[in-house]
Design a protein around this ligand. Sequence first.
Ligand code: URA
Length: 247
Amino acid sequence: MKTTRGDFPQEINLHLISYLEMLQRKGIKSIYLTPPGAVHEATAEQKQLSGDQERSVAKETMGGIVEKLSEVDAKVSVCEDCGLHRGRTNTVFGTGNPGTKVMFIGEGPGRDEDIQGKPFVGRSGQLLTKMLGAIDLSREDVYITNIVKCRPPDNRDPQEEEVRCCEKYLIAQIDLIRPRIICALGRVAAHWLLDTKDSLAALRNRENFYRGTQVLVTYHPAALLRNPGLKRGAWEDFKQLTAIISE
Ligand code: URA
């Protein structure tokens, strides 16, 4: 096989170049040279440290992420970049484990979330918690957030300007947490993340990426409450998620 620099077969280099060009066209100006999740793995230097030293370096790294996330949260809490701030009781930033491999993204806070300042705490949230339990995960094992951090009035879909204003916060969360996979909950989250209007069925059945991170699309828990017949499909999606995060 013909090889070039770095012993990559030439055809892989060509694929890589066209992939990078596609990212550039989408406005992505920088990419990580380490795979997602690598921040949570031991570095070469860490591997040479004693167990105690290693744990303290890992803790510091995680401590840094937690601190930066709270800085972003503080900015969100006073954000007035779009009209949604006028109707909010609380901003809803995100909760869970910043060292997780999986980040769940819904569309936006509802009434209960707006009151409590936490994502997915109403009926949909209770179902999400149960679904996580079915794959042996708790809410503390994962990270949960939304496309927009303030409640849209009457639970309407977030509008383009609102999503554009809020995207910087979601990007900051993803860049800090660097999950192995994002799970988009429902049509609205999937459409905004993947910049498409394709059907949920199509999106559930293909490999998707948001800024280089794999996105698994599944039903919104509210849709499962309205139509329990969809639960079988959601279960398939969750099994796929388990397989990916146990790789
Ligand atoms: N629905 C969402 O999309 N997000 C929440 O936080 C709650 C309900």
